[in-house]
Design a protein around this ligand. Structure first.
Ligand code: FRU
Length: 448
C-alpha cells in the first residue's frame, strides 16, 4: 500500500483542530469530512494578484495572417487524439484532432446551440484535412455536443468522452449537461482517416447534488450552470483512471455564503471587501474515478479545486504531470470573475505534489496565459500538452474596446468578420516548479 502523506496530514489536522479550514497565505483548503481529502480553494486573495506581464501575455494575433481550418466551418474548442499518457497520438503516420464546429454561416455568438464534433487529420501536424463529423450516424447524445477528450488504447480502440448538452430532438433548447462516452475503431488509408463501429453512447456522469451542483439547484438563483468538458487522465503515480470536468459547487445560492478560507488570510480579510453577490460564483473542477477497466463506470469524488466567491466557470480542466508534480489547468472568461476581482480571458493553473493534494496557484495568482489588454478576446480554450505546448482557437479580434456582451449585440456581419473560428498559433510555455513563462509562439495547430 502506498501512503498518501498529504491526505493523512489533512485528516489528522481536521481531527486535531476540529475546524473546517486550514489556511496558508497563498492557498487554502476546505476539509469536507474527517478522513477525506481537502478541496483546494482559489481564493480571492490569490486571484487579486492576477496581472498581465511579459511572462504571461499572449502575443497579438493577426487573424489575416492565419489559415482557416476549413472554408465551411467555424472551429473552436479543440482536442487531439491522445495516448493513455496524454501525449498526442500518431496513428499510421496521422495526427488527429477533434473540434467543436458549426457551419460558417452560423452567427458566432449562437454557435454553442448547434455545436457538433468534427475531426481533422494531418501527416505533418501543420496543415489539417477535414475528415467530417465524428458521429455521422446521428447517434451522438444531446441536442448538441460540447467539449471532450479522446485517447487511443494499445489495442487500437478509440475512447471518446464528450458533453451531451440538451436532449436529442428537444423542441426548446435546454442546457442540461451530461458526460457521455463511446468507443470506436479508426481506419486509415494512404490519404484518409475514418472512424467506424462506435459503441452505444453511454452517459457516465451527471451531477450528484452533493459535490456537484445539479441544474435544479443552479436554477434557484445562480448565474450559470456547468457540468461539462470531460478530460481523461491516467495517473502515472497510481495507474488509476479519472475524468476531470468543469462543474459548480453544489447547493443553492440561498444556502451559500463566502467563507473565510475562500477569501484569504486574516490580514487580507481585514481590508478586503467581499461583495454580497460574490457568493453566486461557484466554479469547480470536478473529478470522478473509473470503477471498471472499460471506462464506462465512474464514481464522483470531491472536487480538486473550487473557486467559490472567485469565479463561476472553470472550463475544460486538464492535468499534466511533470517530475513529481501535477499541473492542473483551466480557462475562464474575463466576465466570469466575481465582483471586486479582475482577470483576463486566460489559462490559469495550479500545482500540487499529489493529484488530490493542496493545489498552489502558478505564478502566485494562477494566471499562465492571458490575452493582451488591447485584444482582450483574441484567443480562448487553451489546452496544455504534456510537453508544455498550448493550443487554442481565435475568438474575437480587433473589437475596439467592446465587451463580449456588446459584441453579442452587434450585427451577424460584425460578429462573423471579427470571429476567428480557427486554431490560433500555438504557444510554448516553460514550467519550473510553480512558475511558468511563455517562451515561443509556434505555427497554428502545432502540438510539438
Ligand atoms: C469553452 C466552452 C466549453 C464548452 C463549449 C461549448 O469554449 O464554453 O466549456 O464545452 O465552449 O461550445
Amino acid at each position: 500500500m502506498k501512503w498518501n502523506f498529504d491526505k493523512i496530514g489533512k485528516s489528522l489536522a481536521a481531527a486535531v483542530i476540529g475546524i473546517t479550514a486550514i489556511l496558508t497565505p497563498a492557498i487554502s483548503s476546505t476539509v469536507l469530512a474527517q478522513g477525506t481529502a481537502a478541496v483546494s480553494n482559489w481564493t480571492r486573495e490569490v486571484a487579486s494578484q492576477i496581472k498581465l506581464n511579459d511572462s504571461n501575455t499572449a502575443p497579438i494575433i493577426n487573424k489575416e495572417d492565419l489559415e482557416k481550418m476549413s472554408p465551411d466551418y467555424l472551429v473552436w474548442d479543440t482536442w487531439p487524439l491522445q495516448d493513455r499518457q496524454g501525449h498526442p497520438a500518431v496513428v499510421n503516420g496521422y495526427k488527429i484532432i477533434f473540434a467543436l464546429t458549426v457551419p460558417r454561416d452560423v452567427i458566432p455568438g449562437k454557435r454553442h446551440d448547434t455545436a457538433e464534433i468534427r475531426y481533422f487529420y494531418s501527416k505533418d501536424g501543420k496543415g489539417w484535412e477535414l475528415g467530417g463529423l465524428v458521429f455521422n450516424d446521428g447517434k451522438a447524445l444531446g441536442s448538441r455536443q460540447w467539449a471532450g477528450s479522446a485517447f487511443i488504447d494499445k489495442d487500437g480502440k478509440i475512447h471518446m468522452f464528450y458533453t451531451a448538452t440538451g436532449r436529442k430532438n428537444e423542441t426548446r433548447l435546454t442546457y442540461e449537461q451530461r458526460i457521455a462516452t463511446t468507443t470506436g475503431d479508426i481506419v486509415t488509408t494512404n490519404t484518409t482517416v475514418t472512424f467506424k463501429n462506435w459503441s452505444d453512447h453511454k452517459i457516465i456522469l451527471e451531477p450528484d447534488g452533493k459535490y456537484y451542483q445539479t441544474q435544479e439547484q443552479s436554477n434557484l438563483g445562480d448565474l450559470s450552470y456547468s457540468f461539462r468538458d470531460p478530460y481523461f487522465f491516467e495517473d502515472p503515480k497510481s495507474g488509476e483512471q479519472y475524468i476531470l470536468f468543469e462543474a459548480n459547487t453544489s447547493g443553492t445560492a440561498a444556502e451559500r455564503t463566502c467563507q473565510p478560507e475562500q477569501i484569504g488570510s486574516i490580514e487580507f480579510r481585514q481590508t478586503h471587501d467581499t461583495p454580497e453577490k460574490a457568493k453566486l460564483y461557484n466554479g469547480s473542477i470536478g473529478i470522478a474515478k473509473a470503477s471498471n477497466g472499460n471506462l464506462t463506470e465512474f464514481k464522483e469524488l470531491p472536487p480538486l479545486l473550487e473557486a467559490n466567491c472567485v469565479n463561476e466557470e472553470l472550463e475544460r480542466p486538464n492535468v499534466i504531470v511533470k517530475g513529481n508534480n501535477y499541473y492542473l489547468f483551466t480557462k475562464t472568461h474575463t466576465g466570469k470573475f466575481a465582483p471586486g476581482l479582475k482577470g483576463p480571458e486566460g489559462l490559469y493553473g495550479f500545482t500540487s505534489s499529489s493529484l488530490f493534494g493542496s493545489y498552489k496557484p502558478l505564478n502566485g495568482s494562477g494566471l499562465v496565459i492571458g490575452n493582451p489588454g488591447d485584444n482582450p478576446y483574441q484567443g480562448y480554450s487553451w489546452l496544455v500538452m504534456p510537453n508544455g505546448t498550448v493550443i487554442s482557437y481565435v475568438e474575437y479580434v480587433d473589437v475596439e474596446g467592446k465587451s463580449i456582451d456588446e459584441i453579442g449585440q452587434e450585427s451577424p456581419e460584425y460578429q462573423k468578420e471579427h470571429f476567428g473560428g480557427m486554431l490560433a498559433p500555438s504557444l510554448k510555455i516553460s514550467i519550473t516548479q510553480d512558475r511558468t513563462d511563455i517562451v515561443t509562439e509556434k505555427k497554428q495547430g502545432v502540438f510539438k
